[in-house]
Design a protein around this ligand. Structure first.
Ligand SMILES: N=c1c2ncn([C@@H]3O[C@H](COP(=O)(O)OP(=O)(O)OP(=O)(O)O)[C@@H](O)[C@H]3O)c2ncn1[C@@H]1O[C@H](COP(=O)(O)O)[C@@H](O)[C@H]1O
Length: 117
């Protein structure tokens, strides 16, 4: 397994354990106990910060963008744990989509007479 996947798996395990055991003094516990409202607020906030940082130029901008993507991934993974969805579940969904172009998939959902987006 790549180093990146090892770290993502380890982080997910930590988050899932926090979600089960709810230790005091854990930020993950606070998020999980706040439910979809609290976690969702952070996911939206971090997504906006990712978009903002993506426009920043240079090596510093890239570093900031990478930092914000880390925040977004962490908070999305907390939402997954709260919802009982695993990394394997999401990977399986992405695997199911492999080879199906986005535009082809969209066309398959579009009914004749629909207003093209
Ligand atoms: N990867 C992360 C991680 N990434 C980001 N964060 C936290 O996410 C928050 C990001 O929110 P902001 O940048 O908006 O900072 P803030 O203003 O302090 O946040 P708010 O108080 O407004 O929610 C910060 O508190 C970060 O520390 C994380 N907190 C925890 N982890 C991982 O989760 C593990 C368990 O953490 P605890 O549950 O806290 O023990 C840690 O060992 C890490 O591996």
């Amino acid at each position: 397994m790549s180093e990146a996947l090892t770290i993502l798996n380890r982080l997910m395990e930590t988050i899932q354990t926090r979600a089960q055991e709810r230790p005091a003094g854990s930020y993950t516990t606070k998020l999980i106990e706040g439910g979809v409202g609290k976690i969702g607020k952070k996911v939206i906030e971090e997504a906006a910060e990712v978009v903002e940082a993506a426009a920043e130029e240079g090596a510093e901008g890239k570093e900031h963008f990478t930092y914000e993507v880390g925040d977004l991934l962490y908070h999305t993974m907390v939402m997954m744990a709260w919802r009982g969805v695993t990394l394997d579940d999401v990977a399986a969904e992405l695997g199911r989509r492999e080879g199906i172009g986005g535009l082809v998939e969209k066309a398959s959902r579009t009914q004749p007479g629909d207003n093209p987006a």
